[in-house]
Design a protein around this ligand. Structure first.
Ligand code: PLP
Length: 414
């Protein structure tokens, strides 16, 4: 029995220490300074945490090629850090490719994705290291490239339906029939080199077993194709904890069980073990990010802040919830619902205990917002998108400046 069990009122006035599984080591005083200096909302990204996560995934996965999925967070500085840590880069539009090139990532380390690549995308993609082909139509438009064929492994992933991309009936990848047609096209195109197969079962995946199942199916497919396949890309999707009650993906278990499954299946089917590739996005940058807001109004049980679904689309897209924190000490707490400023009832960030005297001007920090926040931001309600501020060892630098109303009006030609 703890002290707070004996004295329930005490539980409401104790401020639990921030959970280190959710927060990078950035001092609260620095966060308050950033809010005061750069305004709110502001995205903060901890360079050290991004680099550590790149190193850890490379270290744990050994000989596996790690490709960062830049859709999770794409800006020149972050892509440079990731490249310096030895990862390849996955882009899926001419825009993401332009940022990667501007960050100095060489073409040979870039893998180009996309389920509906436009002619402009494919023109821009000329010269990249790999193109992951998603349709037969695409093959007609590509020339002189090393390609992987993305297939649907037919696996229902253990994640939100909007994040599951590998089951049959999905818009992604080639089904059985289209795969046959793609191989026929490739047979007549010596300028296109088939180097590998690709699948991506979804995002925010919790269980290693889902990848094991995908790996087994992909090796069986390689055996059925009966042609040399040098690379097997199992996509991204490693889950991360957004609240203390969730767990992070078991990367060590993945390294052990998936590589073992591939070795076993390759021996069974008598195929040469391919180079394994993974494409993590979220698990590289999510925990490195914090979003800072200021309280604008309190109407119990609602506490409203100066951002919301414009800078964080995830609650509205997949019912995502967070564990935010007030950046000051306070007295006894009460349960509130943290909501955004946008004109949608679904603009909710999470339920949390806040000091009863929470008031306009207070700074609220939301953890685990490095992935799919900045990159999914919109101008709904003509609200300007926030700045992205990089933090390194107590110092700060604006990586992407905040949008201004002038920016909004510049595109509006009247
Ligand atoms: C093809 C592909 N690879 C990698 C990823 C990255 O997934 P995550 O950020 O969950 O690791 C995605 C995300 O949608 C994807 O579509």
């Amino acid at each position: 029995m703890t002290l707070s069990d004996i004295l329930p009122t005490l539980a409401h006035s104790l401020h639990p220490a921030p959970d280190p599984r959710l927060w990078p080591s950035v001092d609260d005083r620095l966060l308050r300074w950033i809010a005061a200096t750069f305004g709110t909302p502001t995205y903060v990204i901890d360079e050290n945490e991004v680099r550590l996560r790149c190193r850890r995934v490379r270290e744990v996965l050994g000989g596996v090629r790690v490709v960062y999925a830049s859709k999770a967070l794409s800006c020149k500085a972050v892509l440079r850090w990731v490249h310096e840590e030895g990862l390849w880069l996955d882009v899926c539009s001419a825009g993401e490719l332009a940022v990667a090139r501007a960050a100095g990532v060489p073409d040979e380390k870039i893998l180009f994705h996309g389920n509906a690549k436009t002619p402009e995308d494919l023109k821009a993609a000329h010269g990249v290291g790999r193109i992951v082909v998603d349709s037969v139509d695409e093959l007609e438009r590509i020339a002189d490239a090393k390609v992987l064929l993305r297939v649907l492994p037919g696996i229902a992933a253990d994640t939100h339906p909007a994040l599951a991309t590998g089951d049959t009936g999905q818009k992604f990848g080639l089904g059985e029939h289209d795969l046959g047609r793609a191989l026929e096209v490739l047979d007549g195109r010596p300028d296109l080199e088939l180097v590998g197969l690709h699948c991506h079962i979804g995002s925010q995946i919790r269980h290693v077993a889902t990848y094991e199942q995908a790996a087994r199916r992909m090796v069986a497919l390689i055996a059925r194709l009966g042609r040399p396949i040098r690379e097997l890309d199992l996509g991204g999707g490693f889950g991360v904890a957004y609240t203390s009650s969730e767990t992070d993906f078991d990367l060590v278990g993945f390294a052990d069980r998936v590589t073992r499954a591939i070795r076993y299946e390759c021996a069974r089917h008598r195929v040469e073990p391919p180079q394994l590739i993974v494409e993590p996005g979220r698990s590289i940058v999510a925990k490195a990010g914090i979003t800072l807001y200021r309280v604008t109004s309190v109407k119990h049980p609602f506490v409203a802040v100066d951002g919301g679904m414009g800078d964080n689309a995830r609650p509205a897209l997949y019912g995502a919830r967070y564990q935010p924190r007030l950046l000051r000490d306070g007295g006894p707490t009460t349960r509130v619902t943290l909501v955004g400023r946008h004109c949608e009832a679904g603009d909710v960030i999470g339920d949390l205990d806040l000091p009863r005297d929470v008031h306009p001007g207070d700074v609220i920090a939301v953890p685990v917002t490095g992935a799919y926040h900045h990159s999914l931001a919109s101008n709904y309600n003509q609200v300007c998108r926030p700045a992205l501020v990089g933090v390194w060892d107590g110092t700060t630098r604006v990586l992407v400046r905040a949008e201004t109303e002038e920016d909004l009006l510049r595109r509006d030609l009247g």
